[in-house]
Structure formats: structure tokens, C-alpha cells
Design a protein. Structure first.
Lengths: 219, 219
DNA sequence: TTGTTGTTTTAGATGTGTCTAAATTTTTAA
DNA sequence: TTAAAAATTTAGACACATCTAAAACAACAA
């Protein structure tokens, strides 16, 4: 089953949206994340549905079929391996690689991506802590929690992020809140839910509620 | 000046055609190398001409403008750097990389390609012996000759090829006629212009006239 | 100079992915 | 239960790159 550049982007977006929420994904959300209009989304959903890549009934939202999910995972595999390559081999910052990987993820060649995987030493996670799907379509399922889910006194290690915008990643870099850092929850300010965390060297850092939701940790 | 995927392919093809022959490139040749129809070529030529990427007058063929040649050279730079990467880092054969590089050459990012260049150690030639254009748009001009131009008794070193099809490259590989090999011209069979060459270890190899025209050497 | 041949261009159509504006359906609130 | 609001879909159009068939042009030989 061959999917076009655009079709791949739709499938990937729908995969991400169904991961982060309920089963059925709605038209407006898709239009929003793909920077397009709901009418265009409807057109594409009909097309993908005819190709049996997703289940679609008018007004009811969509879910991926197995072939559809498979294509999405292949694209995500490519995206994350290229990100790893760009950071580890070409020394890009973790905030610079997303747009490049959006292009590279559409290069068609199973052989290429498997050799890249091998060249990189079969990494398990990309530079943002996201798991890299294997060639056979399996993907580690995350049991990461956002910092905001920690109770006061609890400790964790930063292992991922939930938002990939350059601005957010640059902010984390500047605060030295990078993957692998151990932190513990100090307190939550009642007024605006600002979170105070402590790093290994006993430094206290205040982060906003929004930021705390987007930093993921293992316990 | 941004050119689309397809526009880039036209500019690259026209660049290659004007290298290998006279100045003006004709419509039918372009259609042939791009695997498309002359009518489509005409449409595109009008478009590229309006963008000032080439000089076009009806029925008179085309030549690239400076901006057009510049885009073509950037694409060729990317193509050849990616080919080098695929062969040197991912261990592809020199006969396997062309189609992949045709995809990779359209990734848009000057930063990416310059970092790749640096990662690869600023190579001067791609795996087929073609010179890699520099970021500033300069390119080494070849003074390679085909084997068929050697006189009997003359010696040369294989430095490039004029044809990139997998079949031809696999044939060379099998005969061990790879870049760097020293050969000398033994004789030309009068009957069908088959060329007999001798390798360093005194092995005699017969190659057809067509093949001899497509293997390039330095003296 | 004229006619033939081969090349090139125009005219009109198709497929993909997008859009706006209007209509329809679902959801929510009264 | 019904009306208003929100979400979704249809209808009709456009841009891009392509195609076929037919017309226009160039080059060459007689």
C-alpha cells in the first residue's frame, strides 16, 4: 500500500491525535494540527477511507485501520531515526530538527531506513525521549508522567517532552532541564499552580503549570 | 528564489543536457530524460522562463540563466553529497544510490547540507567520480576522457563514469573496473571496435565500444 | 520554391490537494 | 423538546503538473 506525501501526513497526524486522547479523532482537530481547513480534511478522509486506511463515517470522526496505523508507524520511525541522526551525527540542537525530519520522513526506502538504524546503533529513543518504532511495527509504550502529576516530595528523571516547538525546547535547554536530569517536586504554589522543583545540585526552579504538563518523567 | 520539486528536476536535467552537448537544449531531449511528454515540457519551460530561471523563445530551445544554473548546481551538490553519504556511511553499493539521492536532493535546508558536507569531510568527488559543487556554486571542471579516446599503448586511471545505470555500474564492479584502477590501452579490434585493455596485474579485458565511451580516465 | 518530415506548441482535459461559501448534521443549552 | 451554536460536509472553484490530439513551425530535399 503506497501513500502519498500528503496522505502520510494525515495518517501520522491522526495517529498522534488518537494516542493523546480518546479513540475517535475529529475533523477540526486534524485541520488544526495540519494547518489546513476542515473541508480539505473531509475530502482526504473520504479518500483514505476508500483506501481502507481508516474507518470513517460522516459526522462521526475517524480511527485508523491496521494498515493505516502501520503506515503511520513507519513514518514516525523514519522521523525519529532522522532526528537522532541529525542530533547525534550532524550536531543539530534538539530544538532544530523537527522541520527537517518532517521532510526526511517521506523518503521512500525501507532499505535506507534500516541501514540508517544500524548505522546509528539501533537507538531506542529519539532526542526528545520518544520511542522509535521497530521495523516490524512495534513501539515501546510509554509509561511516562508529566511533572505536574508528581506529589510533593516525589522524585523522577526527565525522560521526554510532550511538546516539540523550538521555543519550548530552547527554554528547557536554557534551564538545563534536559533528558536524564533527576528532579524532585518541592511544592505547588496555590495561587497559579506554578511548580517548584529541585535539581540534583539543590537548585530550585519555578516552572509554569503549562510547562510542567509538557515535561515527562520516569519514577 | 524557491523552486518546486518538479522545477528543480527540470533545471537539473537542463543543466546536465547543456553540459554534455551544445548550448541550446531542445524540448524532445528534455522530455526523454525526464520521462514525460514534449507538451508538458513546453508548459514548464514557459513557467520557468517567467520566473527568469531560463531563457526561452518558442521553437528555439532553452538555456539556463544564472539564477537557474545556481539552483541546478545546488540540487546537484545535494545529490552528490547524499550519494557519498549513502556509500561511505551506510555501505550501499555505487549502483544502488542513484534513486535514493534523487529523493534526498530535494530536501530543503542549506544548513543541513553544509553540516552533511562537514560530517563527510568535505569530499571533492561522489562515488561515481563526479565533482561535488561547493556551497558558493563553484564546480571543478572535469578534464576526464573516455577510455575510447586513448591511443594504443597509452595509460590512464579510472576516475569516473558517464552513465549511472545500475546495470552498467554492476558490470564495472564485476570486472573490477572501479575508480582508481590503472589501465592501459592494448588494442582496438577493427571488426566491431571492441577495446582491449590491460590492468595492473596484466590481465586483459575486452570491453565494448559503448562501455569504453562511458568509462572516464585521467592520464 | 514547394512539399515533406520531424519538432514544437496550443487547446482542452484529467488527477491531486486545496480553498470559500453555503448547507447539513450533531451537540448543547434553555 | 426545541432553538441556537458548533462541527462537519457538500458544491463549486482553483493551482499545479500532467496528458492526448491537433495545429503551427522549422529544416531540408527535390
Amino acid at each position: 500500500m503506497q501513500a502519498s506525501f500528503t496522505e502520510e501526513n494525515y495518517l501520522k497526524a491522526i495517529y498522534h491525535l488518537s494516542e493523546e486522547g480518546r479513540q475517535q479523532v475529529n475533523t477540526n482537530r486534524i485541520a488544526m494540527v495540519l494547518n489546513t481547513k476542515p473541508a480539505s480534511v473531509t475530502d482526504m478522509l473520504k479518500k483514505l477511507s476508500e483506501k481502507n486506511l481508516l474507518n470513517y463515517t460522516r459526522y462521526q470522526g475517524v480511527s485508523l485501520t491496521d494498515p493505516g496505523r502501520n503506515i503511520a508507524l513507519k513514518v514516525i520511525r523514519k522521523h525519529r531515526l532522522w532526528e537522532f541522526f541529525l542530533v547525534e551525527k550532524l550536531n543539530f540542537g534538539w530544538d532544530e530538527v523537527h522541520d527537517l525530519a518532517e521532510q526526511l520522513e517521506h523518503i521512500q526506502s525501507v532499505e535506507l531506513i534500516n541501514r540508517l538504524d544500524s548505522f546509528l546503533g539501533f537507538p531506542e529513543y529519539d532526542p526528545h525521549g520518544d520511542p522509535i518504532p521497530k521495523d516490524n511495527g512495534t513501539i515501546k509504550c510509554y509509561d511516562l508522567k508529566p511533572i505536574s502529576a508528581l506529589h510533593v516530595g516525589e522524585t523522577g528523571t526527565i525522560a521526554g517532552v510532550r511538546e516539540h516547538s523550538p521555543l519550548f525546547l530552547q527554554y528547557l535547554e536554557k534551564m538545563n532541564l534536559v533528558i536524564g536530569k533527576k528532579i524532585s517536586m518541592e511544592e505547588v504554589i496555590a495561587y497559579d499552580e506554578t511548580v517548584v522543583i529541585t535539581t540534583e545540585n539543590n537548585q530550585k526552579i519555578n516552572i509554569s503549570k503549562a510547562a510542567a504538563k509538557n515535561i515527562l518523567i520516569t519514577i
